[in-house]
Write a protein that binds this ligand. Structure first.
Ligand code: IMP
Length: 198
């Protein structure tokens, strides 16, 4: 049997990530589609690029070469308009170095606070390599709010809400987040792909 299907129709795929919070978000969503997720730390080089898509595609192939099973990887970033898209693909480094306080400091006095999160999700099973993108628009708050989620969640207010991601439950974040949008596209595509490759 190709991939990780079993007799009950439950399907297993690997998510190569060391971020446990990210894993929980994706796992919750894929459960709705009867897809079970297994987490693996996959070590490898991450290429540098101003775009997320090539990073996710490269990482998906690299992860597949290590686990030799259907695998997904996900790269995301926060793009702030008044900072010309910074931190973007450097979000991880900036989070570790400047942190939330550093971003708020950079934006002190700025009224233009629009920003978006982009999720770039790569899939590889040794035959197909696919990319799914998800985006959520919003604003950078004036201060940190909420202690849920991870990363920039306490300073990002998604559009149509007056709460930060850090003030939302996992279920609430999963209804609107950039990641939920790319993951749901993957799940819908997988449904069709499996029918074709059965
Ligand atoms: P990566 O995709 O794990 O490389 O994430 C890049 C950085 O973006 C992480 O260090 C997080 O700080 C941040 N980030 C990614 N996704 C989210 C999210 O859903 N909420 C808040 N921060 C995020």
């Amino acid at each position: 049997m190709r991939g990780g299907g079993d007799m009950q129709g439950l399907y297993k795929i690997v998510f190569a990530t060391c971020n446990k919070k990210k894993f929980e978000e994706v796992k919750e969503i894929l459960q709705e589609y009867n897809i079970e997720l297994e987490r693996r730390d996959v070590k490898g080089l991450e290429i540098q690029s101003d775009e997320l898509a090539p990073i996710a595609l490269f990482s998906a192939i690299q992860a597949y070469n290590q686990v030799k099973r259907e695998v997904i990887v996900e790269d995301s970033g926060l793009f702030i308009k008044s900072l010309k898209g910074f931190p973007g693909t450097y979000s991880s480094f900036v989070y570790r170095t400047l942190g939330l306080k550093g971003i708020l400091k950079l934006m002190e006095g700025l009224e233009e606070r629009s920003a978006y999160f982009l999720s770039s999700l790569g899939f590889c099973d040794g035959k197909e390599v696919k990319l799914f993108l998800g985006k959520v628009e919003g604003w950078v708050s004036y201060s940190e709010r909420g202690d849920r989620g991870f990363g920039f969640d306490p300073i990002f207010i998604p559009e149509k809400l007056d709460k930060t991601f850090g003030e939302l439950s996992l279920e609430e974040k999963n209804k609107i987040s950039h990641r939920s949008r790319s993951v749901r596209q993957l799940a819908e595509w997988l449904k069709k792909y499996r029918q074709l490759t059965k």
